[in-house]
Ligand binder design. Sequence first.
Ligand code: F6P
Length: 384
Amino acid sequence: MARSSRAIRRIGILTGGGDCPGLNAVIRAVAKSAMNVHGVEVFGIRDAFRGFVEGDGKLLGYGDVSGILTQGGTILGTSNKHNPFHFPVVRKKVSHLHLALGGEVRNEDATPVFRDMTRALLANARRWRLDACVLLGGDGTMNIGMKLSTLGLPVVGVPKTIDNDLAETDVTFGYDTAVACVTDAVDRIHSTAMSHHRVMVIETMGRYAGWIALKAGVAGGGDIILIPEIPYDLGKVVSKVTERSKTGRRFSIVVVAEGARPKKGTMTVERTVADSHDPIRLGGVGAKLADDIEKASGLETRYTILGHLQRGGCPTAYDRALATRFGHHAMALVAAGRFGRMVCLKGDAVTSVPIAKAVARLKLVPRNHPLIQAAKALGTSFGV
Ligand code: F6P
């Protein structure tokens, strides 16, 4: 989108998609830069596009954004279900006979229907007198932001996801904290694996990209690392744990990303969430793999699913600093009228790219990534 000719007096800010450590640090950086440097007011929109469509938000004061640098989660709330172009509107399904007999309207009677609610969203933007919006989110939020900017809403994006799978940025904030959390878990599992002489499978997040499993697997000294980008051969996994056991290393650590799949198989889907813009929820590959390994090798095997633990807690120092730079840069883009862009990290520089470029593809782990090469040289198996 072209440079704005209007002066920016007030911006909206929202956090969309799954939460991650560092969101509050970005909110703080955007808001403090806006207030201190640019004399711009900041309006916080609650629960992402849910609040934008339903008119739920408030003007943020300095006190709202003080003391939140180190807090996990998001003070604004988030949602990965409310796409304004395909917005779930609840329609109650209740029969008159049911009501006549004294029945109540229960939640399970409600089925969502989906509507384009962008007119309501744009009306709220006008009502709140927003000159621009800063959107903190992953590919889903960026896609929505790009479409909203074509409808005339000036937006700037800030890339967030623990999965680190957004293209056009070397790293997203939240990823480093998730890696630290998983590495700590692998360390803890290591000691119990050694004591009991077991195979321990640790399932991490990472739907389509295995960045978390790869980095934490290497940092935690995992013996086998399985990621979505490299479909595994169960036979190779079993021979690795068997060989370790026979040569006196009587335990093995397997780090598996939730999106990993066997060569001739599919991803393990836990459930689908109909009203989400990415409806598939993965989970369970760790349990399946542990069962397969135990049956094929005869070695006692346990599994642990780390799940949402990876998204919680205080951001690491790296994520706090990155989030601060990202938020500050996002506000500079807004002030310069450079809309339709996403902040990104390239090498040591914080810069920006068109949002359209960032959402054009996912950033997957290349099969020849230096970390994979180093791990392989040290004897780590990738199940192939
Ligand atoms: O995109 C981040 C992510 O953490 C994925 O790795 C995971 O599959 C998903 O979010 C889980 O989302 P939810 O909060 O809906 O369970």
